[in-house]
Design a protein around this ligand. Structure first.
Ligand code: SDX
Length: 431
């Protein structure tokens, strides 16, 4: 039996050291288990968790150096090409690819939950018509917890399962309603004769007055976007869902917290920010100027869609997204799309520049996804909503994994205190 590796922490001032066990992963970096560190009265300090594993998980693996992404061990490229979004949902939630029988049952369980409670519709009326759809998503998804008191016992696996099914089924309906409310159109009910992605496009773009048939190639492109965005280990929004869930909060409230975290431009809001950036650059001739701005520490401008905390190589999802751009723009006869040409030139110039090469800043999933969504007539303010639909399965799978873990503890990080020492209150006349 191989002796367990340990790390020895010793102190320069003679304070007694401590042995810390090293735990190997199935893949990727081993971790130093610092739970014994509390005995020394010292904490670790790692703002942004650059070197900290917050949990143990068996759902998604990222190799940032080689640009690999696996969902339950399956490479993202294979799933994007061969699987469907609902099959990926089954895989992420249950850990294995489903048999035909299991998939049929799962899809039926989803289909019969696509409608929302009729009273949920009145929540939208409280928002201004021009509210950002992500603000509405945070509110309405959180409000689901007011409707499902029959399934909020998180210690009950059956309640966790039905909550997962409800979220997978209803988030697209709620999202399409956000869009319809924003543009002043009537809500469209789900049509369960359609597939999951086609049904979402139907709820987005159909009207009571006209038939709507989605282009199958565009449905496939959006299905691929959903698959690519489904999960991504412990990113900011997933970590938010886990932290909220660690207190025992219900899955609908936790998902709403995840949507709020995803909204930030450094995270899921980047796809919307990329399009705004390309519009601001305006023309290929302006690219050198903006590359210089991105490198200038005094300038807050960053190349949106570039860089990643984990990927120090091209995000494998960005490669699939770029191919999808070609397919969608070709299908729509937009081969010379100005923004796509600008994005490819921006990527070419940045990847030749030492600043980006030295810092291993490569295009991430958001760099090209916005161009595809724009070609699908998805409005800019709905880009991050699309990301939220896709990521709901990742959030709820990671939440379920955490809640099922018998070692679960409430997340409660410590701090490095740098404030004032103890002092006594002074009357206002003495200040
Ligand atoms: C997503 O975590 C996930 O898995 C997220 C995600 C998922 O699926 O859940 O993959 C989805 O959020 C993708 C990322 C989308 N965000 C963007 O595209 C926004 C632009 N990117 C950056 O803000 C940044 O790269 C982050 C936020 C993505 C990562 O930031 P880090 O890891 O904290 O890195 P950092 O800010 O410390 O940057 C390191 C260096 C710095 O320069 P120096 O101080 O070393 O000189 O690189 C520079 C940064 O200034 N840098 C950039 C840059 N990103 C980093 N400079 C210019 N443009 C950029 N985009």
């Amino acid at each position: 039996m191989e002796k367990q590796r340990t790390a020895t922490l010793s102190f320069s001032d003679g304070t007694p050291g401590v042995e810390l066990p090293i735990i190997p992963g199935t893949l990727g970096p081993d971790v130093i288990d610092i739970r014994n560190l509390a005995k020394t009265g010292l904490f670790t300090y790692d703002p942004g968790f650059l070197s900290t594993a917050s949990c143990s998980s068996g759902i998604t693996y990222i190799d940032g150096d080689s640009g690999q992404l696996y969902y339950r061990g399956y490479p993202i490229e294979q799933l994007a090409e061969k699987s469907s979004y609902l099959e990926v949902c089954y895989l992420l939630l249950h850990g294995e690819l489903p048999t035909q029988d299991e998939q049929d049952k799962f899809e039926n369980e989803i289909k019969r939950r696509t409608m929302v409670h009729d009273q949920l519709m009145s929540f939208y009326k409280g928002f201004r018509r021009d509210a950002h759809p992500m603000a509405v998503m945070v509110g309405v998804v959180g409000a689901l917890s007011a409707f499902y008191h029959d399934s909020l016992d998180i210690s009950n696996p059956a309640h966790r399962e039905v909550s997962a099914l409800r979220l997978i089924a209803k988030v697209p309906t709620i999202a399409a309603m956000c869009y319809k409310y924003n543009i002043g159109h009537p809500f469209m009910y789900p049509n369960n004769a359609l597939g999951y992605v086609e049904n979402f496009l139907h709820m987005m773009f159909a009207t009571p007055c006209e038939q709507y048939a989605a282009n199958p190639k565009l449905v496939k492109a959006l299905e691929r976007i959903f698959i690519l965005h489904a999960d991504h280990e412990q990113n900011a929004s997933t970590s938010t869902v886990r932290l909220a869930g660690s207190s025992g909060a219900n899955p609908f409230a936790c998902t709403s917290a995840g949507i709020a975290a995803l909204w930030g431009p450094a995270h899921g809001g980047a796809n919307e920010a990329v399009l705004k950036m390309l519009d601001e650059i305006g023309d290929i001739s302006q690219i050198p100027k903006f590359i210089s701005r991105a490198k200038d520490k005094k300038d807050s401008f960053r190349l949106m869609g570039f860089g990643h905390r984990v990927y120090k190589n091209v995000d494998p999802r960005a490669k699939v997204m770029r191919e999808t751009c070609y397919e969608v723009l070709d299908e729509l006869g937009l081969q010379n799309d100005r923004l796509f040409e600008m994005a490819m030139e921006l990527e070419r110039v940045a990847l030749q520049d030492d600043y980006f090469v030295e810092r291993k800043l490569y295009p991430n999933v958001d760099f090209y996804s916005g161009i595809v969504l724009r070609a699908l007539n998805v409005p800019l303010n709905m880009f991050t909503v699309i990301f939220a639909i896709a990521r709901t399965i990742g959030w709820i799978s990671q939440w379920n994994e955490m809640i099922s873990d018998s070692d679960r503890k409430i997340g409660r990080p410590r701090q490095l205190y740098r404030g004032p020492e103890r002092r006594d209150y002074k009357a206002r006349s003495e200040r």
